[in-house]
Design a protein around this ligand. Structure first.
Ligand code: 4AZ
Length: 244
């Protein structure tokens, strides 16, 4: 994260570090006690579940929890050239016992409003500058949602932002996800103070440049895919009430 601040333990309880041969490689988010949502491009070099673990807790040096990986499901139509469908799911070997500091993030409804200009947070152990090193303590950056039309302007991404993508940043640059934040969450809080994952760190032209915001996988575009892969039934809480 470029231009962010250090996170406190328990602030982002769904955030995990996905570790390849025990080195931090990507971020991810717990969406329930068995599944982590992350980016497909995290597995370009290695998709063997035996070589991966996930850890929870703000410190990657002294994690609060280590999780074994049972399976890695990469979107069939992930295209590295265009970054399309940059989404993957990690199934854990054992279900996680949630605590106040380790639990899942909400998935948004397909219809969830994500207004341009609204505040979002991106978190991770990624570099604090382009071509920098990953960091041992989790960091957070506050950004704003940018419309796909604005993000597709000629001086910005010039049409490369497809409907399954979402841009977020700050107008002059300086706050952004960066290398090593990939796969991690872009979240928003609703009026009920519930946190939703609206994006997955996917790509961008370097980090924090003006008019080159972070590009995220748009989670609302992949709810059917997530449902198909996991069998999770996501029923919105406010629709959960019994009708008498
Ligand atoms: C990367 O290389 C990467 N500024 C991740 C995020 C962004 C750029 C690059 C967004 O993993």
């Amino acid at each position: 994260i470029l231009g962010g601040t250090e996170a406190e333990e328990g602030s982002w309880p769904w955030q995990v570090s996905l570790r390849l041969n025990n080195a931090h490689h990507c971020g991810g988010s717990l969406i329930n006690n068995m599944w982590i949502l992350t980016a497909a491009h995290c597995f370009r070099s290695n998709s063997n579940p035996r070589d991966w673990i996930a850890t929870s807790g703000i410190s990657t040096t002294f994690p609060k929890l280590r999780m074994r990986v049972r399976n890695i499901l990469i979107h069939n139509n992930y295209k590295s050239a265009t970054h399309e469908n940059d989404i993957a799911l990690v199934r854990l070997e054992n279900s996680v016992t949630f605590t106040k500091d380790i639990h899942s993030v909400c998935l948004p409804a397909a219809t969830q409003n994500i207004p341009p200009g609204s505040t979002a947070y991106v978190t991770g152990w990624g570099a604090q500058e382009y071509a920098g090193h990953t960091v041992p303590e989790l960091r957070q950056g506050q950004v704003r949602i940018i419309s796909n039309d604005v993000c597709n302007a000629p001086h910005s991404y010039n049409g490369a932002i497809l409907s399954g993508m979402l841009c977020a940043g700050v107008p002059q640059g300086g706050v952004d996800a960066c290398q090593g934040d990939s796969g991690g969450p872009l979240v928003q809080e609703d009026s009920r103070r519930l946190w939703f994952i609206v994006g997955i760190v996917s790509w961008g032209d370097q980090c924090g440049l003006p008019d080159k915001p972070g590009v995220y996988t748009r989670v609302t575009a992949y709810l059917d895919w997530i449902r198909q892969q996991t069998g999770i039934e996501f029923v919105e809480h406010h629709h959960h009430h019994h009708h008498h």
